[in-house]
Every structure is written in C-alpha cells, then in structure tokens.
Design a protein around this ligand. Structure first.
Ligand code: AR6
Length: 171
C-alpha cells in the first residue's frame, strides 16, 4: 500500500509543503515553542492575519497564508493542556488533528506537516499523543483523497523513533 504518512526530523518552518500546522493557543496571537518559531519565520503579516481571526477554541483549527515561510499555508490548531488524561484530552487532541486535516482538504493541500501538538508546553505525554495522532490521521486518510501525504515532523531524534514505533504498531 502507498505510504501516506511519513516521518521527518526537522524544524517545521523549513518545510516547503502546502501547509504546516501550528500548535497555537486559543488567542492565536503567538507564543513560545513551535508557535513562536512559525511567527518569527513567517514575519509580522502572519500575526496581522491571525489577529483578524479572533481566536480559536481548543480542538478547532483556522487557516492563514504562510507569508515568508516556504509553506503556502499555516493551519493553526489548539491542542489541549494535559490535565491528567481525564479531562477529554484525547478527544480534543484527535479533534485538533481532524479539523486541521479537514482544512487541508478544503484548501486542496497535497502535503501537510504536523508538529507533535500539545507535547511541549501543554504537557501531553508523547507516547499517548503519538498514538492518538497516528490513529486519527490514518482514519481520516482512509476516507479522503487529499491530503495525499501527511508528514509527522519530529523536532528531535527521540520523537522520530517514537513515531516510527507507533506507526509500526498501528493500523
Ligand atoms: N519544528 C517542529 N517541532 C517543534 C519546533 C519546530 N520549530 N519547535 C518546537 N517543536 P509546543 P504545545 C516541538 O510547546 O505543547 C506555545 O506557546 C516540540 O518539541 O510548541 O502544543 C503556544 O502559543 C514539541 O514536541 O506546543 C501555546 O501557548 C511540539 O513541537 C503552547 O505553546 C509542541 O510543543 C502550545 O503548547
């Protein structure tokens, strides 16, 4: 079967794809981590467009231009803050992936790259987050033609290995 999920170890701001996903917060006005890196690389026009969106609830997603990024679009999504696992975190994380993919489809994106949403400042345990991400993406790709390829962008080697193992053991 054609492999539609690929793993890359990179800084997501360097990827020349149709859309990169940003792990944002509900304000959509920037922050640290991957959010800060994306805003720095895209330039001030990204913040201007985000300001006009008026925020984004947890589990939802919004799309903007990529401005100075090599990526054409940025899909901003808000993952859950980890509160121990019994506050609907998995449902919200899956929703963040699914809604991002739906935007990618409606904007005809062939390739979209995801960072490990919620696994930094928001404290979601990486193995559980990888499991939810892979299973939600596979379910979505099972009934959508676009995006053709989803890149899981790992920022470090440990996350790359984790994604590899998770992909091997899922589906
Ligand atoms: N490219 C790819 N992955 C990255 C990069 C990068 N340039 N930088 C960090 N990561 P985080 P969250 C990985 O904290 O947990 C922000 O302040 C990082 O190793 O960026 O969803 C927002 O404004 C980690 O695995 O996002 C929110 O307030 C993953 O990206 C809050 O943080 C996510 O870490 C969101 O927290």
């Amino acid at each position: 079967m054609l492999r539609r999920i690929e793993i890359v170890t990179d800084d997501i701001t360097r990827l020349a794809v149709d859309a990169i996903v940003n792990a944002a917060n509900e304000s959509l006005l920037g922050g640290g981590g991957v959010d800060g890196a994306i805003h720095r690389a895209a330039g001030p026009k990204l913040l201007e467009e985000c300001r006009a969106l008026g925020g984004c609830p947890t589990g939802e997603a919004r799309i903007t231009n990529g401005y100075r990024l090599p990526a054409r679009h940025v899909i901003h999504t808000v993952g859950p803050v980890w509160r121990g696992g019994t506050a609907g975190e998995e449902r919200l994380l899956r929703s963040a992936y699914r809604q991002s993919l739906m935007l990618a489809t409606s904007h005809r994106c062939e390739t979209v790259a995801f960072p490990a949403i919620s696994t930094g400042v928001y404290g979601y345990p990486k193995p559980q987050a990888a499991q939810a991400a892979v299973s939600e993406i596979l379910a979505y790709l099972g009934c959508a033609e676009l995006p053709r390829t989803v890149l899981l962008c790992a920022f470090d080697e440990a996350t790359t290995v984790l994604y590899r193992e998770t992909l091997k053991n899922t589906g």
